[in-house]
Design a binder for this molecule. Structure first.
Ligand code: ZN
Length: 298
């Protein structure tokens, strides 16, 4: 297992962690100030300052992208909305490619219409079929441009509105179904990222008794991203009360050891949605704390 105690060269900041700090250019400047070497930005943050400007800032500061957030949201109430989702996913793939991201993260979607507050169906099996079809179509395009897709299983509390893939096992079953031969994303020597893999976010999967076995099953090429934060025992909000690493109940170093034993050698990406706490604090304080906890609690 890599030693994180001496420096933070393997730390990436998911820019949602700094949603309280302003626009993406401000966030990138703050990350650069703290010697952060990688980020993972969100599409809405990129759109607010423009893709070209984001590419320019990323290059100027020599930043890597541990991922790009996000594609997915495949289920739709009708054929037109499903088609619109596929178009949008192709654009997300193109943006990820322009930014040279390690992968496009997929939050696959839940029951059609549920995120907007009006689920028209209770058919979760049907939603899962739509998800698999959506990933298959997006994979075909992503393969053609060489952008790995990372399915992120979300905690089951989000099954209705955000993602009906809720375990690593299910995510890997989809990988096996759509890419049984574990094809290379790029076919480049020394880069074994699979065309289709997973993003392991400790917040979503820490509770799963099969976690260790499924991480081993994923193996090196399919482990495309590793997201960290912490589960607060007294969670006050289901979406925006994630904890700083070390403040909750997740055995993060144990999970990192499993992921690295399976061959993952990428960034440890801090992703904290926290309108109740961290988004209210100055960016410099948030980043200094992320760096300290990366060294001591990850
Ligand atoms: Zn995540």
């Amino acid at each position: 297992m890599r030693d994180f105690s001496a420096d933070h060269r393997w730390l990436s900041i998911n820019t949602a962690t700094l949603r309280g700090a302003g626009r993406l250019d401000t966030i990138i400047e703050a990350c650069a100030r703290h010697g952060i070497r990688a980020i993972s930005p969100w599409r809405d943050q990129v759109q607010a300052i423009g893709l070209e400007r984001t590419v320019e800032l990323v290059r100027r500061h020599g930043l890597a992208l541990s991922g790009y957030c996000r594609g997915g949201m495949f289920p739709g109430v009708d054929a037109a909305s499903r088609r619109a989702a596929l178009d949008d996913n192709r654009r997300a793939v193109d943006e990820a490619k322009s930014l040279d991201a390690a992968c496009l993260v997929l939050v696959v979607g839940g029951l059609p219409g549920a995120l907007a507050g009006a689920a028209l169906t209770k058919d979760i099996a049907g939603a899962r079929e739509q998800v698999q079809e959506g990933i298959a179509a997006t994979l075909e395009y992503a393969r053609s441009v060489g952008m790995p897709l990372a399915i992120e299983p979300l905690h089951p509390m989000y099954a209705a509105d955000r993602a009906c893939i809720n375990t690593l096992e299910h995510a890997l079953d989809v990988c096996d179904a759509l890419d049984p031969l574990r094809s290379d994303a790029l076919g480049v020597e020394g880069d074994d990222r699979a065309a289709l893999g997973v993003a392991v976010d400790v917040y979503h999967v820490w509770w799963d008794p099969k976690l260790e076995a499924q991480i081993a099953r994923a193996g090196r090429g399919r482990l495309l991203a590793f997201h960290v934060c912490d589960w607060l025992a007294k969670t006050r909000d289901l979406l925006e009360d994630r904890g700083m690493m070390g403040d909750g109940v997740i055995e993060i170093p144990k999970i990192r050891a499993w992921v690295e034993a399976a061959g993952f050698a990428g960034y440890s990406e801090v992703e904290i949605f926290s309108s109740l706490d961290w988004w209210k604090r100055p960016a410099d304080e948030v980043l200094a704390t992320c760096i300290e906890r990366h060294r001591t609690a990850v």
